[in-house]
Design a protein. Structure first.
Length: 371
């Protein structure tokens, strides 16, 4: 992973979704944080500023507003340097100062001393303590970057942090509907908690990767031509499921990985809700649906507001695969969850392309290389 420590990559990302953002303010927050952390290093030996910059980049990936980006850059200054809340308030105003203070307060919760059974209470407390939900988003991005760099910690610490991630942070991301955070947090934590199983699944998935990619490509072409006949324009892509969810399925169904067939999902994205049902009709005429697997989360959204149509159909050789059908609006809110609240409604073609690239089974997980 290339590590950037300047402010430029952050600015470049924001320019795509918010061209009139206050870049001068972001630049100032960066310089302030850089000065405050100067001389500090992370366990990896790198300059500390890399961490807040990476956290800000993760939040720019979900297109967060300027105040959140600035607070992300400053999120550790009150905790780890001589800078106080009042200094941040004087320099950056109340909105940013309160976000930084909120993150600082959450850091004081001691997860380790509690019983596992209390995880749910902890999650509730966490949500209640952060009056502004953006505080939680910064905390999740902070955890995500710490998980990505966990290999520098001692083995005991790795297990401790990974368990906390699995029990508190991944479920929080799920509750807030930010699936791209949830999946990556789960897979990273799983890699430390049950590394033998993680690398075994990753290896087995990799072995058949080529084959699977060809098959996905074929399915996409078939759906495309079916949709052309009824005049529906759609963006279609295949995605691998994340490693932890495959593992959970193996446990739940008591099966070996080779017996888990719907390891892939095809995602079809259209402009309007009625088109979703049109796509479903076409898919069901092309392949036989598996009974009991059709879910209409458009008519009845999940509690975290997730919306899509899900169906599992029998493909070549009787191998089932899942199809998820949704509008662009539903797609953006399922990728970004509660963070979608800060997004523009209209998707430019560039932003659509970025959204389509963001399959949860991230490259890191598929490569499955041991650190
Ligand atoms: Mn941090």
């Amino acid at each position: 992973m290339p590590v950037e420590s300047g402010v430029e990559p952050i600015i470049q990302k924001i320019q795509i979704y918010e061209p009139d953002a206050d870049f001068e303010l972001i630049d100032r927050a960066f310089s302030y944080a850089q000065m405050a952390h100067s001389g500090q290093t992370r366990i990896s030996g790198e300059p500390y500023i890399i961490h807040p910059v990476e956290v800000a980049l993760i939040l720019a990936d979900i297109e967060m507003d300027t105040a959140t980006i600035c607070a992300a850059l400053l999120h550790d200054v009150v905790e780890d340097t001589s800078i106080t809340y009042l200094n941040v308030l004087a320099e950056f105003g109340e909105e940013i100062a309160l976000l930084v203070e909120g993150v600082t307060k959450l850091n004081r919760i001691d997860f380790q001393s509690r019983e596992e059974a209390q995880a749910e209470n902890l999650r509730k407390m966490f949500l209640a303590m952060a009056k502004d939900i953006r505080v939680i988003l910064i905390k999740l991005a902070d955890r995500l970057h710490n998980m990505r760099t966990l290999n520098y910690q001692s083995e005991v610490k790795q297990k401790e942090i990974a368990r906390e991630t699995m029990e508190i942070f991944a479920p929080l991301a799920h509750r807030l509907g930010i699936f791209r955070f949830k999946w990556e947090l789960e897979d990273l934590a799983f890699a430390y908690l049950n590394s033998d199983m993680y690398y075994e699944i990753a290896k087995r998935l990799k072995q058949k990767r080529r084959e699977r990619e060809d098959y996905v490509h074929e399915l996409i072409e078939q759906i495309k031509s079916g949709l052309e006949q009824i005049g529906i324009k759609a963006d279609i892509a295949g995605r691998p499921k994340n490693i932890y969810s495959i593992y959970r399925k193996m446990i739940k169904q008591g099966k070996d990985i080779d017996e888990i067939y719907d390891k892939i999902a095809i995602r079809v994205i259209v402009n309007e809700v009625p088109e979703c049902y049109g796509v479903l009709g076409i898919v069901h005429t092309m392949w036989r649906p598996l009974p009991g697997r059709f879910k209409d989360y458009i008519a009845t959204p999940k509690y975290n507001m997730y919306q899509s149509l899900h169906t599992t159909v029998l493909g070549k050789g009787g191998e089932p695969f899942e199809v998820q059908i949704r509008t662009w609006e539903m797609h953006s809110s399922s990728e970004y969850g509660i963070a979608a609240h800060w997004r523009y409604k209209e998707e430019s073609s560039l932003r659509k392309r970025i959204l389509m690239r963001s399959w949860p089974g991230c490259g890191r997980c598929w490569n499955g290389s041991r650190k």
